[in-house]
Design a protein around this ligand. Sequence first.
Ligand code: PFF
Ligand code: NA
Length: 455
Amino acid sequence: MSQNHGQWTSRFSYVLAATGAAVGLGNIWKFPYIMGENGGGAFVLVYLVCIALIGIPVMMAEVMIGKFGRQTPARSAVLMAKASGRSSAWRVTGWGGVAAGFLILSFYVVIAGWAVAYTWYGFSGRFENQGAEQIGLLFTELNAGPWALMGWSGFIVLGTVLVVGKGLQKGLEKAVNLMMPILFVLLAIMVGYAAATGNFSEAVQFMFAADFSKLSWNGVLIALGHSFFTLSLASGIMMMYGAYLPDNTSLVKTSVYIAIMDTLVALMAGLAIFPIVFANGLPAGAGPGLIFQSLPIAFGQMPLGQLFGGSFFLMVVVAAFTSSIALIESSVAWLVENRGLSRWQASASAGFAIWLASLLTVFSLTGAEWSVVSLWGDIRISFFDLLDYITANIMLPLGGLIIAVFASWAVSEEISRRTLDTTPALYRLWQLSLRFVAPVAIVAVFLNLIGVLNL
Ligand code: PFF
Ligand code: NA
């Protein structure tokens, strides 16, 4: 594959592209609102532990598989299994990712569509001097009917298809190169502004004082699932990127960089949002609309708020866009490989399918009656919530579990040691985490949840 698609031109651009895939709505939109819904500090602590002990080692395993095979995910996994004398059934590590990536993207584009709308609102001055109530209304109006949502998300789908269809990395690399630093600076400005004008101490208290009585087992599962979601794990992506890994690059070090960058952006987003949430008496558990109902209040009051507000949401769009491209890539690569389509045909078909699937989320948001499904008992849940729950909290941790077992038990030590290419001590640590810590933790969380739910 490296002959067809090329390698990243340098270690730096590899890190940037992988960071671009990692940093996205998960950090800026999802992390703050699920933290808000799950009580703050204890959730953050569990999330950080999951990133360090499970997320980073699994990321290394995925990059290792891609680096070894230099093929699309399923094929790389098969090559590595075969080389270790194992069954080619381990290709399941590739398939699960394609399915998860597709389902995630179906709601991801709709939320990215919100950000496109808010970029427009910001630059056109819709936030100016608006209080919490009017800002809340703006969000309600956006979700009143399907057409606006379909249009805004259609934008993202179209853009993704165009970039992925061309199969280019050059353009993408440049865009990420430029936008990631701007996003970082804008976030820092927002944190500064929130610290100066908002209720910063309450926000810090909320985010970093761990009160475990506020955290349920479901909350623990959400933290675990989010650590996979935010690092783009178990979706084939990191295997894909590993296949492009430049030769002189340490996959261990770069994985740690990527995870640190991703975590920093998430924490900064929390520190930008919660001071404003608390200062305006908004509920921390407001749900998916949290960032859209809080930050615009600040933009509406700060000097140059029009410029800052528009630019901020533009950066969110860019961050979401670089992740969307990564998300669609697994479906596209699968179609090219297994259905013999050209890249253009593959990305257009995947894009159309995703746009259709996104309607489930669109109608969930507008509150269409049919968009709510009944599960067992009297649990009723919208398609949007269902998609989010099944992907992040079930498919990704399960995929991570399989990858951990594959990389640490099935792959021969000789091969993993050589491909990982690190010090003996770090290798042991990595192996220990994947052999025992990750599987035990993931299974324990699942079992506890099932026990608690009394299924
Ligand atoms: N990591 C992305 C985010 O935090 O927004 C979401 C994501 C991208 C998940 C790519 C999975 C993926 F393959
Ligand atoms: Na992320």
